[in-house]
Design a protein. Sequence first.
Length: 795
Amino acid sequence: MKRILTFTAACLMTLAAFAQSYPIQGVPFTSVQLNDDFWAPRLKIHREVTIPIALYQCYNTGRVDNFLKAGRLKEGDFGTEYTFDDTDIYKIIEGASYSLQTHPDKELEAHLDALIYYIGRAQEPDGYLYTARTINPDPAHLHQWVGKERWVKDPDLSHELYNCGHLYEAAAAHYRATGKTSLLDIAVKNADLLVHDFGPGKLELEPGHQIVEMGLAKLYGVTGKKEYLDLAKFFLDARGKKNRKEYSQNHLPVVEQETAVGHAVRAGYMYSGMADVAALLGDEAYIRAIDKIWGDVVGTKLYLTGGVGAVGGHEGYGDPYYLPNMSAYNETCAAIANVYWNYRLFLLHGESKYYDVLERTLYNGLISGISLSGDRFFYPNPLESKGQHSRSAWFGCACCPSNICRFIPSLPGYIYAQKDRRIYVNLFMTNTADLVLEDRKITLEQQTGYPWEGTVRITVRPEQAGTFELAVRIPGWASGTPVPSDLYRYTSKDNVRTTLQINGNKADYTMQDGYAVISRAWQPGDVVTVDFPMTIHKVLANEKVKDDAGRMALERGPIVFCLEWPDNEGVNIRNLLMPQSTALKAVYQQDLLNGVMTLEGTGRNVMQLANGRLKEEPVAIKAIPYYAWANRGRGEMAVWTAYDRKYVKPMAYPTIASQSRLSASRDATDAAAVHDLEMPANSNDHNMSYCHFWPANNTTEWLQYDFKEPTKVSSTEVYWFDDSIQGGGCTVPASWKLYYRDGDEWTEVKAKGEYGIAKDRFNVLAFEPVTTSGLRLEIQLPRRASSGVHEWVVR
Ligand SMILES: [Zn+2]
């Protein structure tokens, strides 16, 4: 039967009529064939491992079932934890669509068709699509984040519009990849409902979690329906009027915002949406605002790894220069959002500094979010670990894995861009690209061993000889500026400079906005050879970054390095001293971590002795790329190493507690932290690891030391963890008791004082001495909160 031509299909026919929006245009990933040794294998693992796993998880966890239930294809209640779980399926469809476009796969395409059928079934007749309500709209039945009426619940929670945004992104990608309008029709019907429901004189509400703005701009790009763009602008301008709070960037009208605050993923999506709307509607005020915010992030809030969002509590930005390493949040989604935002700023302004940030994020704090095997994920990406961090196969809140799913296959689209008669070469990886520049077909062939080697050969093959410009990005790291601000600097100036040659002769070029611009009459087969100096850089942070004081990081090319336990056996990473004068050499190891460059040298191992004095001896050290850490099990890792003795914090000399075997009740997280000999600055110290029982409350929990041998003990000290001041779920316990092993029994000690529950200090309990093989700390959690322990000392 002939399909009725939908509105969408009809307007797609006129697509060609819509002009490109940004001053600079990206060269789509479909025009680029990637065949390098660094990224192409990652994209292959993504296709073969990550996408199938993500799909499996969506079926296995009930995410797909939610659509079946909403579509009356299955019985039952909303069956997953979060109201935004629908978006994981949208994001996987988006990533799988990109993947299909470069690697057709009938089976995967059929799989997407099935999912899209379910999504269509779950859509209500007027276009509304949100399984958390549709499955059972009875108010008594709704998830606590869902309001009785559509849209009007505290929007931070409901995520209704967030779901819409990801639907539009997926729909645009699926349409572009397959030419099918099945998902696009669903998206358009939904977006038309938004246009009907929201706007001046209608619902005037701001979205809680941004992305619908970017999604609407994309949907406009595909359909040409300007009302979508106007609605995106309306949503942005609705912010800062009511519900004012920084968490969701709702504290001020967007054009008055000057600094990055609040939840980092929301922020990154909002700034990206503002760039889209600004480019499409020519809104200068938006551009001024995001330029200023960018200066704030790059100047005071960017980790060396390109990660953003230092604080775990609100998953977002902290104060300027607050960049703790061990508790660094750096959500993988925030890294992806940072790439989106910097890419758009480049398309607006054409300056290489945006790509300096993008590349730094991409090669370090973004791909650290997925294991080399493609099947384990990080949500936060810290810069230091004592072994408390490890990757997970999936998360209850699965935003990060599904975001990785949609981002990775789109990567080839970030390599080139074009404007008028200029081609920008922004990233370096072996590939072949076909583009059309002012009606001239040009093929570019890039060959390089980047990021390990600094030579890039670009063969230019225009269909016919002719004049145009090739603008090659000279990365900040290659010209002594790790980031476009004074947040980080190299300890010494490079005495080798980047060189450019054409067909073996010194190239004639001018530097513009960070690009070496070569303008000439190109002959087919002309070869541009760029040589970046692959110096090993020692990096220092701005003095205002307290957490990096006296410390140094290592970089080579775009790669940030770290020291991890398996490469530095027999030494505690935190005991290391690496003077600024340390000689290091780069050694490529094919057999390590899928092939990585390592940095090798000799540092100093600083050890604490029983008498409290320090002993120091030389030790071989080896650094690996940061992105590759946590692929060999749990253990110590650090990006920043002390170069100043004062800042080495060596492991304390072993104690009864640290030498005991520790066990704990089932609900304990990071129990080992209680005998790591790390003393917190206060009960809310997130820089030290701590044991906690959250989300358990009103239960009796325990920690237990089994001594190496029967030991005489007479006092204990407990330092409670308490983050209630920050709105966290842990406070001091209701009460506690100490027991010792007495034959087969646990007997309470004869306490000589109170069982203290004071914050911000050790609670000392002396008791009548006993000789025993173990102690048990029993903790009664408060009725409506949980508790935690920073440190438990025994004497
Ligand atoms: Zn995430």
